[in-house]
Design a protein around this ligand. Structure first.
Ligand code: FAD
Ligand code: SIN
Length: 518
């Protein structure tokens, strides 16, 4: 017998977006906060570099806005960018209120920099910014009696009636029962979709669940072709997905070939501090042209104590693989890192479906355009989580929740083909890496589309025959997200920012946002 639970607000996802939103909701609202894995697991926890904000008297909002627009290849929405940039100092203050202690030097913030920023404006907690934000937000949440935490509960689909959203069907992974979480307002904060690629900096949670769920609920999904590849992930057979922060380059680290030669100056006059799309493509080109396994990032000219103080986690992690970064260059390769597209939202984080909000990486607010500037993601999470909560706090809800049928599992049987799920999962990720990667072509995109359509049919059949499981839910979402990405990439008949198609050498003046809708 499936259970039904009733709340004022359901938040799906406990990354920095979901946690900050819950914390900002009035304490007279009952809130369910749901995570499909451990509460702290998600990209937010692993964020290294920091969060951007104008905090230095030599910096100004216009410069942050200009850099964000330029990095996004002038596809970002200026009004939304302005809103985010001007809210940034406040976002930092909200984090500090929960206990986050940003690194200071001589009584001032130690601000670092990354590609695209023309001023030092990245506040950070050494190289563990995400860990600090997440643990402090979660500790604050735990003091709030109106918020109930659900760990290892995976949302399957949104509850929709008359084009309004009233919660979600959610699988309790500990007993495999599907429960209906009925709520007046639902906030999707499920993170990105980089697990759709074979190589990624992201944890296992980034399977595009929120994008697929909102797509099935008839939301507008925008600009999904813009997958950001981070230029520098650790290249080592046992390092599953460890990032080497861009802030190393911000502090002077150089990219070199195996023979020690620098190469970035050949691609962009900003060299190592060119924007991520440019640096990732340059590395990809050197690796492919020369048949290298990787390139190297060298910070060994800095003093060992300085390195250990600014990059303690990176120093330690590399040391665990036998790489002493104070003496040796670090082997690095690009990997899928961030989903710039997503569910279209406005300044209040509302989607086009009633009562339904989206925040964080799953959302397309319009700030990133064709390429996200480093450290603008945590900022977007915090700013829009706050505006979402503020909008919900101003509303009066109907007293009764609408009625929904319980999840019906009567027609399905236990799965006999679990191996097929892992096989198809792997195939989707290989197709995306090989055909929808850093450099694309029309031929490769169409080949990807053809095979992904076949896989989608196989997965749909499987979904309707067998008992639901976490892996099956994720595979179903991964394949939909992959399909949307390819469809968007095919419809962008230009090369711009992160979407580089060798069949189109130019940027078009007429193509704006791509839209995919059920
Ligand atoms: P996440 O933090 O990914 O959280 C997603 C949540 O949703 C998780 O709790 C997950 O369990 C839950 N979830 C997902 N699907 C379901 C489902 N079906 N049911 C229930 N729950 C679900 N950005 C910066 O600005 N600065 C940085 O320094 C930085 N460094 C980064 C370093 C790494 C290694 C990575 C991977 C990313 C980094 N980014 C950085 C990007 C940034 O961290 C993310 O974009 C941001 O944290 C996303 O936050 P989020 O709350 O949207 O999602
Ligand atoms: C990094 O530290 O390089 C990641 C920063 C980001 O993704 O914004």
């Amino acid at each position: 017998m499936s259970a039904q639970q009733h709340f004022d607000v359901l938040i799906i996802g406990t990354g920095s977006a979901g946690l900050m939103c819950a914390l900002q909701l009035s304490d007279d609202l009952s809130v369910a906060l749901v995570a499909k894995d451990k509460l702290l697991e998600g990209s937010s926890y692993y964020a290294q570099g920091g969060i951007s904000a104008v905090l230095d008297s030599a910096d100004n909002f216009e410069s942050h806005i200009f850099d964000t627009l330029l990095t996004g290849n002038n596809l970002g929405d200026e009004k939304t960018i302005r809103f985010m940039v001007e809210s940034a100092p406040n976002a930092i203050a909200s984090l500090e209120k929960t206990g986050v202690l940003f690194t200071q030097e001589s009584g001032q913030y130690h601000l670092t920099t990354e590609g695209g920023h023309s001023n030092r404006r990245v506040a950070h907690v050494a190289d563990k910014t995400g860990e600090s934000i997440q643990t402090n937000l979660l500790n604050s949440i735990k003091t709030r009696k109106n918020i109930t935490l659900f760990e290892n509960f995976i949302a399957i689909d949104l509850l929709i009636k008359n084009e309004q959203c009233y919660g979600a069907y959610i699988l309790n992974k500990s007993n495999n029962e599907v429960e209906s979480f009925v709520a007046h307002r639902t906030v999707v904060a499920t993170g990105g979709a980089s697990k759709a690629y074979l190589y990624t900096s992201n944890p296992d949670t980034s399977t595009g669940d929120g994008i697929a769920m909102t797509y099935r609920a008839h939301c507008n999904i925008v600009n999904m072709e813009f997958t950001q590849f981070h230029p520098t992930c650790l290249y080592h057979p046992h390092a599953k997905s460890f990032l080497i922060s861009e802030t190393l380059r911000g502090e002077g680290a150089r990219l070199i070939l195996p023979n020690g030669e620098k190469f970035m100056h050949k691609y962009d006059k900003r060299a190592e501090l060119a924007t991520r799309d440019v640096v990732a493509r340059a590395i990809d080109s050197e690796i492919k042209a020369n048949g290298f396994d990787c390139v190297y990032l060298d910070i060994s000219f800095k003093d060992k104590d300085w390195i250990q103080c600014h990059f303690p986690s990176i120093y330690k992690k590399c040391a665990s693989f036998g790489i002493n970064i104070a003496k040796q260059a670090i082997p690095v390769v690009p990997a899928a890192h961030y989903t710039c597209g997503g569910v279209q939202t406005n300044l209040n984080a509302q989607t086009n479906v009633g009562n339904l909000y989206a925040i964080g990486e799953v959302a397309h607010t319009g700030v990133h355009g064709a390429n996200r500037m480093a450290s603008n993601s945590l900022l977007e999470c915090i700013v829009f989580a706050k505006s979402c909560a503020c909008h919900i706090n101003q509303q009066v809800f109907k007293q009764n929740h609408p009625k929904f049928n319980n999840w019906d599992a009567s027609g399905v049987s236990p799965s006999k083909e679990k191996a097929m799920i892992s096989y198809l999962w792997d195939e989707v990720r290989r197709i995306m890496w090989n055909f929808v990667g850093i450099v694309r072509s029309n031929k490769r995109l169409h080949a990807a589309q053809m095979r992904l359509t076949q896989i989608q049919n196989e997965v749909d059949e499987y979904y309707h025959l067998y008992l639901i499981s976490s892996d099956l839910i994720e595979l179903r979402n991964l394949i939909i997200t992959a399909q949307i990405t390819v469809k968007s990439a095919i419809s962008r008949t230009e090369s711009r920012g992160l979407h580089y198609n060798e069949d189109y050498s130019n940027t078009s003046d007429t193509i704006k946002n791509t839209l995919v809708k059920l």
